[in-house]
Design a protein around this ligand. Sequence first.
Ligand SMILES: [Zn+2]
Ligand SMILES: [Zn+2]
Length: 309
Amino acid sequence: MTSLEKTTTITTIILFAWLGFVIAWERISPYRKGLPFFREGFWVDLVWYTLIQSFFLKILIFSYIIAPVQHHYGWNGVKFFQSWSITEQVLFFIFTHDLYIYLFHRWQHANKFLWRTHEAHHSGKYVDFLAGSRSHAVEIIINQTIEFAPIIILLGPDSPVVPIKAMLDAAFGMFIHANIDVKLGKFKYFLNSPELHLWHHANYKEVFHANFSTKFSFWDYMFGTIYDPGHKPGDRREDWGLYYDFPKDYFLQHAFSVKRFDEQKLLKYKWFRFYYNLRPNIIKLCLEPFKKPAKTQAPEPERLIDDVA
Ligand SMILES: [Zn+2]
Ligand SMILES: [Zn+2]
């Protein structure tokens, strides 16, 4: 096993342990009470965004974007950065990338074209540990290329910083979106938390241009974009997510970012009806064998007496 494979295995184990911890934390101390585990959009976020999209985009970003560039220019690391300890390297890339992601995220909220690549992330009405995974494919391609290309170019393709950074991203993403009631006290000026990021997902005009930070909250305090009123957004479904209708299906969500459409109006077309009902029909078909047979109703006693009479 190479040292890169070893690091990848350890970071994966840590991530799964953290996942279990966050899920338990959500049950013990929820931010919004009564939010179901299998909430609306759970399976789209898990199957399409977390598993399928991230699997294919990882191959695209690392093997078809970063690797060809790195091979073409023969970039195999810069001695200056390679001489640093792993901790120093990780901290350097976390800090620089976090500033980039703050600025780009802020730009996505300010620019109509870039908003189309980010609105999916805001579309969930129920924000929890899994909600952060909902990111438009283009957003992921831009952000992860900009995140990992400098690491590979400056440290080399076998740098353990890649899996360590990827694990920290996923763990932090779970944390800031988790439905947990946590107060960081004075640390909130330094580290981001659900206390600040859940407001970013609320359907409130005041927060549409606020709380852009990912890992370090000090960017928002420094650049004057913090929104921290000291209370929670409402518990109602309408207080969260987007103020306009957004498709629930993965492919329709991506199509919607290119061309706006009204799902209800499109339902008059046979091909759309077929596609629209395809997923629910497949799920229904799969669940069919597990359905309990309907109980045959016993005749009402009065009727029985009537019949005898
Ligand atoms: Zn946002
Ligand atoms: Zn978010």
